[in-house]
Design a protein around this ligand. Structure first.
Ligand SMILES: [Zn+2]
Length: 281
């Protein structure tokens, strides 16, 4: 036994792997953005609601204003003053950015399949960080059997009741979610809806995590913090953040080893917590 020479420290390997994944996300994101630009109008049409006509049974949108409070449920913290963030492109040139309605809670569900031990706790911690940075209130609705899908319906009354579908987080894999193929570690984003005459609002979202790629990292020192940062990064996309070129931010598109939100990320999330309340949706 040649015990004098220790095995290489695992952490650098983990970090190299992590950086590769983060770079790959950037590549993914370019593709996703293009898909979004070209296919969102189709999705959008499915979710447009009539401005005045009451909803009728069988309509593919929920009743209006479910859980809508007259005021935002929370307030984002004071801005950090950083300009180092980027918001997802708005579909309407007259609207600066799209956000979730702050007058309602954002519900989320987790599919437990393929989850590592402690995986659910990491997700809740990531949600708590995103929530405190944005002032948006999140409510956990428990586990779900729903799987991820690029064509996910934002209204599933049989499964979730007569309201917009919750944000779905899954520990998926490339077989189930082809977008996770290669070195992609995670995907995240939201769908918006629109009533003519009112702002576009995010109503449902998804985070797909690449379980085969990410779970082994949990065993390394600092691994759980890195995976939690992946979830925070994806939830940043869900709330409306885009990648930035600043490597000091968690939303940096080319990868870094941050484990928490930085000042630019926080400034962006604080802004995204100030979206319009739209009870007409
Ligand atoms: Zn990303």
């Amino acid at each position: 036994m040649s015990g004098a020479r220790p095995d290489p420290a695992p952490k650098p390997n983990v970090l190299r792997k992590y950086r590769r994944r983060r770079r790959a996300w950037n590549a993914w994101f370019v593709v996703a953005l293009l898909l979004g630009l070209y296919y969102s109008p189709v999705l959008l049409e499915r979710h447009i609601m009539p401005a005045i006509t009451p909803l009728v049974p069988g309509s593919n949108v929920p009743p209006r204003g479910v859980e809508a409070a007259p005021e935002p449920l929370g307030r984002p913290p004071a801005g950090t003053g950083s300009g180092s963030f980027r918001l997802q492109e708005s579909p309407d040139p007259a609207q600066d950015f799209v956000a979730y309605d702050p007058c309602r809670p954002i519900h989320y569900v987790i599919r437990p399949d393929n989850s590592p031990a402690g995986g659910e706790a990491l997700i809740h911690q990531a949600v708590a960080e995103i929530s405190s940075a944005s002032g948006l209130r999140f409510v956990y609705d428990g586990p779900t059997a729903e799987g991820p899908s690029k064509e996910r319906d934002t209204y599933q009354p049989e499964r979730y009741g007569k309201r917009w579908a919750p944000v779905l987080l899954t520990w998926s894999d490339p077989g189930e979610t082809p977008g996770l193929a290669g070195d992609v570690g995670g995907l995240g984003g939201s769908d918006y809806a629109h009533v003519p005459g009112h702002p576009f609002v995010y109503v449902a979202g998804q985070v797909m995590l690449d379980a085969p790629g990410l779970v082994p990292i949990l065993a390394y020192p600092g691994g759980p913090e890195l995976i939690r940062a992946v979830v925070i990064h994806e939830l940043g996309h869900v709330l409306g953040l885009d990648h930035v070129d600043d490597p000091a931010q968690l939303m940096y598109g080319d990868g870094n080893n941050l484990t928490t939100l930085a000042d630019g990320d926080r400034a962006g999330l604080a802004l995204l917590g100030t979206g319009a309340c739209v009870p007409q949706l």
